[in-house]
Design a protein around this ligand. Sequence first.
Ligand code: PLP
Length: 422
Amino acid sequence: MSDKGFFDNFGGKYVAEVLRRPLDELEVAFKEAMADKAFLDELEIIRRDYIGRETPLYFAPTATKLLGGAQIYIKLEGLANTGAHKINNAIGQCLLAKRMGKKRIIAETGAGQHGLATAAACAKLGLDCTIYMGEVDVRRQQPNVAAMELYGAKVHPVTSGSRTLKDAVNEAMRDWAANPDTTHYVLGSALGPAPFPDIVREFQSVIGREVKKQAAERGIKIGAMVACVGGGSNSIGFFEPFINEKEPRLIGAEAGGIGPNVGENASRMTGNAARDGIMQGYKSRFLLDEDGQALPTRSISAGLDYCGIGPQLAALGRSGRVEFTSVLDKDALEAVSFFAKNEGIMFALESAHAGAAAMKIAKELPPDQAVIINMSGRGDKDVFITSPVFRPAEWLQFLHAEIERLESNKDIHDAKVMGERK
Ligand SMILES: *Cc1c(COP(=O)(O)O)cnc(C)c1O
């Protein structure tokens, strides 16, 4: 838990006056909800029946044999409904909003994964949902936009600034400041102004609690736990029950992109351009230029491609409790293929950063210890990114054929006719 919103000297609540009241109210409501048995019971049932918890802790026998060293275990968080850990937070916050009497939900999204999870949670709980998304991202991430609309959300393209995630956050904050009585803002990672880092960690810590219980039941001796780090929600939730213990080693894998230079990666803890700063309401480690402006970032995985990191992880990195490493795009791709071929498990590109880091660490540890990888999401969503890399010619041919099919309009016409017949 933070100390008045701070984790050492990171964190805080650096916001405009109009946002103080909604943030203070949220903090009070969150504390009340976490002490309310009826709320916790309802959350537990939704976790079980809707999200599909608990998720399995899978022993990977072939990977263990091929890599040599520690036993490899994978926490299959990608089996959660909607395909990733983000639903844990979306459901938790939407249920909290309902308890506060709010009927309208807003959220920001970059690649669309958090927007998708929030849209699904709102559909399930009967809440009105608006997702702010940069216009550039709306165009790049059409499959997720389509899914959000299918869940009944309104996707609002943001046309200010660079028209990406950062601008979507600003727009969502503006909306919240204008409509605090009717609306809850579901922030998507363990960052932003207090109390969001505490709230998001709490709703994601179900991952770590399950791991602790599963490992104890099966007598697994954990040597290291590895998670990928974008904003930091899957990693902090996975690490949470172990933070105040000396063991195991906790390792965060950041996006190393294509190299160490400015604009080539999103390494906020290990990178050259990383520095302390204040942005979007909190103090943490960011990739910033000398004037304190956000620098461009790069990663093959959209979920890790962000200039900031959650304040608690920044503090844990500084204290040394969490170690950070950065993983190149090419090594993440190799991990996707390694676990798919050898274990029948397709990692999301984000999670594959943890997979790649674990492949190295396993070799340094003895065979009676386990390395646990958090597979934050599954890789189905990445087919538009991985296919052009693994099978470029065939993929191009497929896309051309799709365009022809759509331009001829025949299948669309047939599908519509079928829809009318129903
Ligand atoms: C969004 C996302 C991430 C990165 O976000 P965190 O807040 O750092 O967890 C990682 N993995 C997947 C599958 C994601 O969708």
